[in-house]
Design a protein around this ligand. Structure first.
Ligand code: SF4
Length: 266
């Protein structure tokens, strides 16, 4: 006789049942994922990154908050190296919102036509320059809501600008950080927002300001997408990624600024 499985009864909300907590930023609080690291191990991972790169810098060339903002807007689906090639000429022609607005969409398009999505990006750069003049007196605002209201600026771009130009402890989850958060099981998440939230929960305070760059550079030059270079990795003994190929950490020493000599740029 086949055992009958009753359909589950519909869930009836009890009067007064609590809705999921909302955080001040409007997101719903999520349950913390279990991760295979102790707080001491996480602190050690970031301590080693800090020894390697005490003052990490963005590899996007910029001279002021405005050129940083434009470079980050241009970097969507493009490499930093490709963006730098395009912005050298663009920023020589215009490095302020006023000059960029005067340059105009067509000339901006000519300067950046070697990078992906250049038509749309040129439109956004012209429009955000106009918006900065109209709304912020030609200054880049140090405020998330104001930044995200600019054309072509989303959460990731705002996070980079707040971190690099304004020294805030924000973390912009790009393709490298998303991969690391999941591959290492440090901050598992299905979306960049989830990985961001989970990383910010676990990174000890002294390391939050630079965590963004340490993780990007580690993902770009060592824990690469196709083939991680575990023998060059200073956290190989701590890492819990299934793909790792050694438990022996690389020598821990301060690296010169910029990409490693033979590194591929991603
Ligand atoms: S040990 Fe390998 S997989 Fe783990 S973080 Fe280092 S490079 Fe990535």
């Amino acid at each position: 006789m086949v055992e009958k499985i009753d359909k589950p009864a519909p869930v009836v909300k009890r009067a007064g049942a609590r809705a999921p907590a909302r955080k001040p930023n409007g997101r719903t609080a999520r349950r913390r994922p279990k991760i295979p690291y102790s707080a001491t191990e996480i602190a050690e991972i970031f301590r080693r990154f800090a020894v390697q790169r005490p003052e990490p810098e963005s590899e996007l060339e910029h001279t002021n908050p405005f050129t940083l903002l434009v470079a980050v807007v241009l970097s969507a689906q493009a490499t930093d190296a490709g963006v730098n090639k395009a912005t050298r000429g663009l920023f020589a022609a215009a490095d302020t919102p006023q000059a960029m607005a005067a340059l105009g969409e067509e000339a901006i398009r000519e300067h950046i036509k070697m990078i992906g999505l250049f038509r749309n990006k040129a439109k956004n750069v012209a429009a955000l320059s106009e918006a900065l003049i109209a709304r912020h007196g030609g200054e880049v605002p140090g405020d998330r809501a104001a930044l995200e209201a600019l054309p072509g600026v989303g959460r990731k771009t705002a996070n980079v600008v707040l971190n690099v130009a304004f020294g805030e402890e924000t973390l912009a989850v790009d393709t490298h950080i998303f991969r690391l958060g999941n591959r290492l099981h440090l901050a598992p998440g299905k979306t960049p927002d989830e990985v961001e939230e989970n990383l910010l929960r676990i990174i000890p305070q002294p390391y939050r300001r630079h965590a963004h760059h340490w993780l990007i550079l580690h993902g770009r030059y060592v824990c690469k997408a196709r083939k991680p270079e575990c023998e060059a990795c200073v956290i190989a003994d701590l890492c819990r990624a299934e793909v790792k190929t050694t438990d022996i950490p690389a020598e821990l020493r301060a690296l010169p600024p910029g990409p490693p000599p033979a590194a591929m740029t991603a």
